[in-house]
Design a protein around this ligand. Structure first.
Ligand code: UD1
Ligand code: CA
Length: 456
């Protein structure tokens, strides 16, 4: 069986009040339509057809996945939208219809529909709602069989009382879909070609309709406004938090973590409040993340402690390290096991060797730092000459005194010591002491300035 997923994404989304097409608005930093495309990929679909209209060029330019585009230049209804996709399908395909603005449907839920679609059966996802207002209602006969769907605007008073509604998500054989769509018209309250009309037509010609309900109502919630987008974001984040806790991670408050990407965490790690994870982040076991940390595209190994307000980007951290509070790892920072990076320290494109310490107020960039090095407070690698970047190499066992400037390119040899306050512009050899220091001057009885009295 070959499965194709058709995603409807041509609508304007007026209520978003946005220059951007609705389906490009993000949940967890990923456009809604990409959530749908990814769910389709989980089902092993052989192709995804995106029906675009409003902002079609923007959608094409943004969506990275390999999908087929079909343009619906005029939005004449959901049935018309699917009709535009028919040429991109083969008669033998099974077709799943999904919506670019309904981002959180689980692949397991969609799979149930796919399995039910046949030459004699349509599969439909429905949901029971306390307040069905605005939705298409599922009409059943006295034996409970689906006989059609009626839109809110076309429904009778009796039909409006039905609480089982159409989610819009359905599966059918392409040949069946094409044949039924060929027979719908726009003779209704909205003068639109309704996709929903295929159900009544199918039943009239002896086909059956099976329905499934999602495990969670939010799987079928669509976004029409920024307020609904924010609601779905919270639901998505809560789900991520539940998954982490189920995998053995302690979250100090599951409502105060944001995962915008792919976070994997080992057992017994603890994440404090207000942490943000972006891109691909891997935390080992027994990792502790303090409050207010932002970590993107990084690997943090077992036993490492990251204290409050630390920011990490495109970096890797070994086992049993300590970082922060207020540390910053910029792209290309590589910390070896048991290293310590303290407050107000910035590391960029630099390797810090095993057991080395940069504890206070320093900048280490474009550098290789060996093992068991101690870099004193306020040390700066002067890596940039105004035109080019240069390398600093600090070998094993070196001690750099506080407030040192290392003017790159420069090498400090093994076990050397640099005296506090030095400006190092030439190589320091192994075991040397190097320092640059102006002679101390003193003036006796220096008159201190005195504050002027305040005039009345
Ligand atoms: C539709 C269903 C309704 C269901 C509801 C669920 C129909 C006729 N009605 O109603 O039974 O309860 O969804 O949310 O199908 N779209 C296009 N091209 C068009 C029209 C729509 O691509 O010409 C896309 C929209 O971008 C949107 C989706 O289809 O993603 C649904 O369209 P919308 O107008 O919101 O349908 P509803 O009236 O809400
Ligand atoms: Ca809608």
């Amino acid at each position: 069986m070959s499965l194709k997923v058709v995603v409807l994404a041509a609508g304007k989304g007026t209520r978003m009040k946005s220059a951007m097409p609705k389906v490009l608005h993000c949940v967890a930093h990923k456009p809604m339509v990409e959530h749908v495309i990814d769910a389709a990929a989980c089902l092993g679909a052989s192709g995804t057809v995106l029906v675009v209209g409003h902002g079609a060029d923007q959608v094409r330019a943004t969506v990275a996945a390999d999908v087929d585009y079909v343009e619906q230049t005029e939005q004449l209804g959901t049935g018309h939208a699917v009709q535009q996709a028919m040429p991109a399908l083969n008669a033998t395909d099974t077709v799943l219809i999904a919506y670019g603005d309904v981002p959180l449907t689980k692949p397991e839920t969609l799979q149930k529909l796919v399995s039910d679609a046949s030459d004699s059966n349509l599969a439909l996802l429905t949901v029971l709602m306390d307040d069905p207002d605005g939705y298409g209602r599922i009409v059943r006969d006295t034996s409970g069989n689906v006989i059609g769907i009626v839109e809110q605007k076309d429904a009778t008073g009796e039909q409006l009382k039905i609480c089982e509604v159409n989610t819009g998500i359905l599966a059918a054989k392409a040949s069946v879909l094409g044949e039924l769509l060929g027979r719908i018209d726009n003779n209704n309250a909205q003068q639109e070609y309704y996709l929903t009309d295929i159900f009544e037509l199918a039943v009239q010609q002896g086909m059956t309709v099976t329905t499934h309900q999602p495990e969670f109502e939010w799987e079928t919630v669509g976004v029409n406004s920024r307020s609904q987008l924010a609601e779905l974001e919270r639901i998505y984040q809560r789900n991520q938090a539940e998954q982490l806790m189920a995998a053995g991670v302690t979250l100090r408050d599951p409502d105060r973590i944001d995962v915008r990407g792919d976070l994997s965490v080992g057992q017994d790690s603890v994440i404090d409040v207000n942490c943000l994870f972006e891109g691909k982040v891997t935390l080992g076991e027994n990792v502790t993340i303090g409050p207010n940390c932002s970590i993107s595209n990084a690997t943090i190994a077992d036993g490492t402690v990251i204290k409050a307000n630390t920011v990490i980007e495109d970096s890797s951290v070994g086992e049993n390290c300590t970082l922060g509070p207020f540390a910053r790892l910029r792209p290309g920072a590589v910390l070896s096991d048991s290293s310590h990076i303290g407050n107000f320290v910035e590391i960029k494109k630099a390797t810090i060797g095993k057991g080395s310490k940069v504890n206070h107020l320093s900048y280490v960039g474009d550098s290789t730092v060996g093992e068991k090095v101690n870099i004193g407070a306020g040390t700066i690698t002067c890596n940039y000459d105004g035109a080019n970047k240069h390398q600093t190499v600090i070998e094993d066992g070196v001690f750099i005194g506080s407030c040192t400037q290392l003017v790159a390119p420069v090498v400090v040899g093994k076990n050397a010591v640099v005296g506090a306050g030095s400006t190092i512009t030439k190589a320091v050899a192994e075991n040397q002491l190097a320092f640059t220091r102006a002679a101390l001057k003193t003036v006796e009885n220096w008159p201190r300035p005195v504050k002027k009295p305040k005039s009345e």
